[in-house]
Design a protein around this ligand. Structure first.
Ligand SMILES: Cc1ncc(COP(=O)(O)O)c(C=O)c1O
Length: 422
């Protein structure tokens, strides 16, 4: 079981320093808060880590034609400069909605590098005439509705399967609403084969922060049984996302990746791939694991209060507007300038009129004061998509990559906030 370093949640000191440098640079160039800073470098590092680990486990070697492919989970971080940066590396993108597909097309991803997932896509996908898309069907009704298009445009088709390992994490006694049941999946695969559609993929996505490799292993064994029953040999096994995030704790102090080893994940996959004769690629669509470490949220302290033994910092951004994940997650929180001295229990609050608007409640130096900045790390996954405009506008955004740091979105103006109404 890994245990995080007490204050920095296991972040390397160099990584902390480099975020502080980036934030200082950003604030000197664009002094607008709340501000998200997103950087390509941590994403490149996570992909390098995945690819290296899989290569070491025997993927893509001379003796093995089996490869892995990492798709960008668009829903996790729908940020235009990230899509551009990712596309420049000739990687594919996974989308689950009409807006995301349009975003991928706007950023000139070729249709053969776009994978369409998600439920009820027969309600919007027929608007598009795109050849060679990859699409994983989600239900019998969707399959019937989209089959003619799949044939006409030569889609690479797949089927999402609801394995016994997939359940609603908040209510584990209930299944999720996604995919085909095992019986439906066998019938769907047989139908696709009969209709001579280009059927190449079996897919599942279990949930986020899957705690152990054994859970994936069991789901894969179940999918292999389903393929055998349907007499189907997939070319691609799409595992969805779910590899746990690094450096983030649950509010109860659980280390999400505490029992998950990337090396044993890769080794298990190399072994489990043998259950699928003819398999050529394992597809991964990890959101949190790949993107979380690529972002920081910077907020400014506006006011300080103290009551009933609790110090409260009222900041210009927080949970309600910028970091809903703080409902269930704890992230490393840095101070700028560096503040030290006696620590007291401190609530970091946003500016909205909700007691709920509380990014963290942790011991922080009493020397922190109005005008100081706080940096909430690991804000690169599910922060932008879950942003709200509660009483205030959207935050400003900076992007950092090999070309440097630049401002890519202004904080929302009142005119923009109000002009949506006819
Ligand atoms: C189909 C699919 N793939 C990938 C992901 C990314 O998941 P995670 O961020 O847990 O890796 C999701 C998240 O909901 C998903 O629904």
């Amino acid at each position: 079981m890994k245990t995080p370093a007490p204050l920095n949640f296991g972040h390397a000191p160099e990584s902390i320093q480099s975020w502080k440098r980036l934030v200082r640079e950003a604030l000197s160039l664009f002094p607008a808060t709340p501000l998200y800073i997103f950087s390509a470098q941590p994403i490149a590092e996570r992909i390098f880590e995945l690819e290296n680990t899989f290569a070491a486990a025997g993927f893509g070697t001379k003796n093995s034609k089996l490869k892995i492919q990492n798709w960008l989970s668009c829903k996790t971080q729908p940020v235009a400069p990230l899509l551009r940066w990712w596309r420049e590396q000739n990687r594919g993108i996974e989308v689950v909605s009409e807006f995301e597909l349009r975003a991928a097309l706007a950023e000139v991803f070729a249709p053969e590098n776009i994978l369409v997932n998600g439920p009820a896509k027969h309600s919007w996908l027929p608007k598009f005439s795109l050849r060679e898309l990859s699409a994983n069907f989600d239900s019998p009704a969707e399959l019937v509705a989209l089959l003619p298009l799949a044939k006409k445009f030569n889609w690479r088709c797949g089927v999402r399967i609801l394995t016994g390992e997939e359940f609603d994490p908040e209510n584990p006694q209930f299944p999720t609403q996604f995919g085909f049941t095992p019986e439906e999946a066998v019938a769907a695969l047989k139908k696709l084969l009969r209709e001579k559609v280009r059927t190449e993929t079996v897919h599942f996505h279990l949930r986020t922060n899957v705690s152990s490799v054994a859970i994936y292993e069991r789901a894969i064994a179940e999918v292999a049984e389903i393929c055998r029953a349907a007499k189907f040999s997939p070319r691609h096994l799409d595992l969805g996302g779910g590899v746990p995030v690094q450096h983030v704790l649950s509010r109860g102090g659980k280390v999400y990746d505490g029992e998950f080893g990337l090396r044993s994940f890769a080794k298990m996959l190399r072994q489990s791939a043998k259950l699928f004769p003819g398999l050529r690629e394992v597809w991964l669509e990890n959101g949190r694991f790949v993107s979380a470490g690529s972002g920081a949220l910077v907020v400014k302290i506006l006011d300080v209060k103290e009551r009933r033994g609790l110090r409260q910092l009222i900041c210009d951004g927080g949970r309600t507007m910028n970091a809903l994940t703080s409902i269930w997650e704890q992230h490393a929180l840095l101070t700028l300038p560096e503040r030290s001295g006696k620590e007291v229990l401190t609530a970091v609050c946003g500016p909205t009129c909700m007691a709920f608007d509380q990014l963290a409640r942790i011991p922080l130096p009493r020397s922190l004061k109005a005008g100081d900045h706080l940096i909430w790390l690991d804000a690169g996954a599910y922060h932008i998509p879950w942003e709200t405009r509660f009483s205030h506008g959207h935050a400003a955004v900076c992007w950092h990559d090999e070309k440097g740091l630049r401002f890519v979105r202004e904080g929302q103006s009142f005119e923009n906030f109000w002009s949506q109404w006819q």
